[in-house]
Ligand binder design. Sequence first.
Ligand code: ADP
Length: 483
Amino acid sequence: MSLATIGLLVAYQYVSGLSALSERARSMEMLLAERLAQHDAHLSGLGAVVRMSPDEPSTSIQGLAENIIARYPRITNITTITIGNGTVRAVSYGRAQNPEIADLQPNLDLTGLDKIGDTSARPATTPHAYEIFKLVAPKRILRLRIDTDALLDMGDGGADYSSTLSLDGAVLLETSRGTHALLTASNALDTSNHSQPLHLTVSRGFRPNELAPPHLALPLLAALAAITWLIMRYRHASRERQSQERRATLFEQEAKLAQAGRVNAMGEMASGIAHELAQPIAAMLSQSQAAKRALTIDRPDILVTAVDANIRDARRAGEILARMRAYVSGAPARIEEIPLTEAVTDALRLVKADLAQRGITLVVTQSDEVGTGCIDVISFQQVLHNLVRNAADAVAGRQNPRITVDVRRLGDEVLIIVADNGPGIEPSSLGRIFDPFFTTKTDGMGLGLPLSARLLEKMNGSIEACNDGGARFTIHLPTCVLR
Ligand code: ADP
């Protein structure tokens, strides 16, 4: 992200730099065009004076030349060249008090100077200069030497600009600032002046600190960091919210599952329930018969005893039914301080008949000093039912099928160990049996154990499994009040 931002900044700086470059190239081009036009004007003015001065050296030419050279220092030499019969004579004006006369090589290159008014520009023999030749009269040529160092002076423009001026492929001027540029860009243009067809190239280098200036890059990065931080905070907050929503949904599903498990268990425990209710109902029947007899023999004392017993047994039956309803209906968790041996006995009461019917022996051992636990009775019953049901599945069809439930104190904890003499838990499954939906049974749901673990957690307890002969599950519950 920060790289992309720096990339954008670099691109922006580069594009701005390019437009500054073309702006500068345009200014240089205009300046050059103006100066080249001045050279043309001087050539015309001088040409007119030369034509009016058939004899040389001429004071008129000298006067004008002096003036031009003084005002335009880039014009370093003004010379007339007269071609005679086999001779070429040059008269240099302007610089010295008196014009200098010299003989030139007779093989002077006259290319491009065919008719009066023709001009030709060529690189000078000295560096950083070029010369313009103009045929101003028959066999009379005017020559202006231009110092290119003085021709273009644009200042450095505050950036790594360099320029090259060339004529006919020969470099007349080259300014370079020698930078540590990362990137360079150039603008090349030809002057539209016919007498001096110069070629100008303006280049610009971009240093790293120009492309990503610290005064822009740092605030930009700071702003980016702030935005990233805000986005991350927003994401974190929405993730929190989502996970809270998920947790809430999970709790809801968990409660539904727990209830479904209990309803399911009730079906399996139907015979246990019938057995539980059969006792008080049978007792009530015989007590009602006794009461009827007591009426006929006029024994109110027996009548009172029988009716009292009926009331007691009817209450008991009512309690059993209320417990069933609470178990199935999914009443909200209610942590109570309960003697744990009592809770275990109650929980096992309903499965006993079912186990007996399947020929499974249930052995329960409870030590006296177990004490009380802070538990939700319904959840606790559900956990024990799950474990006993799994054990019953495991021992089904085995010889002398047996399930043991051992309740004992260990320090501040109560351990409830449910073991069986089945085949044990497959070693490869041991680490996964508490994962939701893990099952090895064809009709299994894989929810009994994860649900049990979760219910125990809510009671500050835990559960673990191992193999010891058959499978062995140990519930740990903290004791509430030690007896
Ligand atoms: P389910 O009974 O629907 O498969 P559970 O979560 O109750 O779901 O049990 C998960 C798995 O743990 C069972 O499929 C079984 O492989 C293993 N398991 C549980 N109890 C025992 C046991 N007493 N003996 C052997 N394996 C058991």
